[in-house]
Design a protein around this ligand. Structure first.
Ligand SMILES: *Cc1c(COP(=O)(O)O)cnc(C)c1O
Length: 413
């Protein structure tokens, strides 16, 4: 028979199992084994171990590219809160109070991203504090509840609102909105970046949308998930009068990628919390946020509000210049600073263009070569050439991106 000691030794030899087995068995030997394998985790390259190639992100805060990198102080907050227990209701309440103070609003909570906030905020407007309704959601007896939205504001994330069982009612003017509101209406939803992505003006502007909702006593909710910088936007929509606001935590705020902010009216935030983890019989139970990320979100917000945003902007502009200047050493290549006016992804980006009779490669081919090269670099292309978002790069990656783009273009000269 293999002795327990020997077994531990064998298991400890497997990096994946050493820590787990040792921790379960739990004698003096196990303690040693556990400590050593845990410290070994810090030295392991887990990406490498599983053959996952990391990448340089030149496309922005896209979820499929893992969004953003947490600020170092966020990682510290996560680490510093991870080895004690706390009551999760208390953590959410007290962190929420701090966030509400920071954002000059009545109440706030940390959600599982802006998408989680959309579901919980909607649930709150349907159920209030009614326990029976909370338990039954999304299958409430009676007619389906309705959410009013401008027709051109329909978007993929409204799925997170529809999760609650509501029906979307589309309107195209203030008059239509007035007419559409009835006993079944629970909420109005405004997608802040709709006009930017759709290339139109909102047919009902922010103020009018809020005024109509108020007049009929319907809570209004604005999705501004990707709409910082500028940091002032975190305050703007509460000032306009929206009852609920959401921002992603894991985009430009650089909090935990799985966290987000929901804030606004106190009664609605209280109702949203009742629809959330740790209440097991609730629509939000699967949208759990652990205490570490709740704290991490709070620290990310503090840090974001304290940051010198002008200096940050200048640094980003400098990065676009570094990349442009190196590429411009080649014939016909020219770089242009493109400020994305937002409200979503309001960043200084770089457009690189060239004459393909002088540099014989298409933008799509350059994108492909960069993705397949070492290190792997992700950027976008458009009709005019390469479109590069620098804001999610690490400072030391800027020169690498500049060099790789120059190399790929140079091969085609
Ligand atoms: C990114 C985004 C979301 C989802 O945000 P998560 O924090 O990833 O859940 C929702 N709405 C809009 C408009 C977004 O841009």
């Amino acid at each position: 028979m293999i002795s327990r000691k020997k077994m531990l030794k064998i298991l400890a030899g497997f990096p994946l199992f050493g820590g787990i087995a040792a921790a379960k068995i739990g004698d003096a030997d196990a303690q040693t084994a556990s400590t050593s394998s845990v410290s070994a985790v810090a030295e392991r390259d887990l990406f490498e171990e599983l053959g996952i190639e990391t990448l340089i992100n030149g496309r922005g805060t896209l979820t499929f590219l893992s969004g953003s990198l947490m600020q170092p102080e966020v990682v510290k907050a996560i680490k510093s809160t991870s080895d004690e227990f706390a009551n999760l209701y208390e953590v959410q309440d007290k962190v929420g109070r701090r966030i509400a103070e920071l954002l000059n609003c009545e109440a706030a909570m940390v959600t599982s991203g802006a998408a989680g906030a959309l579901t919980l905020g909607t649930a709150a407007t349907i159920t209030g504090t009614d326990e029976e309704k909370i338990k039954k959601l999304p299958n409430l007896p009676g007619p389906r509840r309705e959410v009013i939205i401008q027709k051109r504001h329909r978007y993929s994330y409204d799925h997170a609102v529809r999760n609650t069982g509501i029906r979307m009612v589309e309107v195209e003017s203030a008059a239509e909105m007035e007419e559409a509101i009835n006993d079944r209406t629970v909420m109005s939803l405004f997608f802040n970046a709709a006009a930017q992505f759709g290339g139109f003006e909102h047919s009902i502007g922010h103020e009018e949308f809020v005024a109509i909702s108020r007049k009929h006593d319907i809570p209004s909710f604005i999705d501004a998930a990707a709409d910082v910088p500028p940091p002032e936007n975190l305050f703007k929509y509460i000032e306009i009068g929206f009852d609920l606001v959401t921002f992603s935590g894991g985009k430009a705020i650089r909090g935990p990628q799985s966290a987000g902010l929901l804030y606004g009216r106190n009664d609605l935030i209280e109702a949203a919390k009742l629809n959330h983890n740790p209440h097991s019989n609730s629509i939000g139970r699967g949208m759990k946020v652990n205490k570490e990320e709740i704290f991490g979100m709070m620290v990310a917000l503090e840090s974001y509000l304290e940051r010198d945003h002008e200096q940050q902007w200048e640094e980003w502009v400098g990065w676009t210049e570094t990349i442009a200047e190196e590429a411009e050493t080649l014939p016909s290549v020219s770089g242009e600073l493109k400020v994305n006016e937002g409200p979503a992804n309001h960043f200084p980006d770089l457009q690189l263009s060239w004459d393909q009779s002088q540099v014989g490669i298409s933008p799509e081919e350059v994108v492909k070569k960069l993705k397949e090269g070492k290190p792997r670099i992700e950027i976008s292309s458009n009709d005019e050439g390469l479109y590069i978002t620098v804001v999610m790069m690490k400072p030391e990656q800027v020169d690498i991106v500049a060099r790789r783009i120059r190399e790929v273009l140079e091969q085609a000269v």
